[in-house]
Design a protein around this ligand. Structure first.
Ligand SMILES: [Zn+2]
Length: 289
């Protein structure tokens, strides 16, 4: 796509969780109900793995500890197919809703489960709904994580956490906290004073494909790296439909689910000349791994 001399890095990341575990549906599906819900995460994740194989993409899968415990074979498959397995916490509870101890236990539990399944060290973490906090960054470092990817600087989404004064250095490539933890923020589009959410999820499903890709090209031109996120349930238009979650939550969750797979194919085709790698491979590439 770009032809200004060198390959850019595209980090496609997947938050592995089931359709009923997301924040938008929390009022209807509390954690106690998860065991009774129809799980679709395995088949949806396998479709994503097949798609990645078609395009030669290596990715980071941030897997929920609860899901890993229930489907260890899925985690093994992700690992064996050459992708990085990282942590998405255990219970999908927002980091800013947890005490320091619960936060630490949540991250430690998921790390231990994932490491037990793959036999490899888990070095990356993503908080549910990008709910980054300073306490969380401190806990991750003490637990032996190398990097976090929970920063989304689209400030109008109130679930997203914001942290200030914790960074030692910040560049286009990544940020480094004072405690040494590396931050790989997801990518947003800066136009003048404005920040537009451009990293994936519902925003990827909202904008027309051609427009979204223009934004990605611009981010790549300016930064040399683009960090994207998606979920297995976002490619699944046949998932159960839930009422009573409010219009905005319903819109966010169900918008264009039938188009996500095609849009991903378009995105991968358009940028096929670039380097699609996992977060930890990216850190090695820039000399931090
Ligand atoms: Zn999540």
């Amino acid at each position: 796509m770009t032809n200004d001399g060198y390959q850019k890095s595209i980090l496609i990341t997947v938050d592995v969780e089931d359709w009923f575990q997301v924040e938008n549906l929390r009022s209807v599906y509390p954690q106690e109900s998860w065991d009774r819900c129809e799980s679709r995460v395995r088949s949806n994740t396998e479709k994503i793995l097949d798609l990645f194989d078609q395009y030669g993409i290596k990715s980071t899968f941030f897997v929920l500890g609860w899901t890993a415990q229930k489907y260890p074979d899925l985690v093994r498959t992700i690992h064996e197919r050459g992708h990085e397995v990282a942590s998405h916490g255990h219970w999908h509870t927002l980091a800013n809703m947890l005490s320091k101890e619960s936060l630490r236990d949540n991250a430690a539990k998921s790390k231990a489960i994932l490491e037990d399944i793959t036999g490899y060290q888990v070095v990356g973490y993503r908080a549910p709904s990008f709910s980054i906090t300073q306490t969380m960054l401190e806990s991750l470092r003490t637990l032996g994580f190398q990097y976090d990817s929970s920063l989304n600087d689209f400030y109008l989404n109130k679930r997203y956490g914001q942290v200030e004064g914790v960074w030692n250095s910040a560049s286009e490539k990544c940020m480094i906290a004072k405690n040494g933890l590396i931050e790989i923020p997801v990518s947003n589009l800066k136009i003048g004073r404005f920040t537009l959410p451009w990293a994936g999820g519902g925003y990827f499903r909202f904008w027309p494909s051609w427009l979204f890709q223009r934004g990605v090209a611009r981010i790549l031109r300016e930064k040399g790296i683009y960090v994207f996120y998606c979920h297995p349930w976002e490619i699944d238009p046949a998932q159960p439909r839930v009422n009573g979650i409010g219009m905005l939550n319903g819109f966010r969750h169900y918008l264009n689910l039938d188009k996500t797979l095609t849009r991903l194919q378009h995105l991968f085709t358009t940028f096929r000349g670039e380097r699609f790698i996992s977060c930890s491979s990216y850190l090695r590439l820039i000399g931090l791994g």
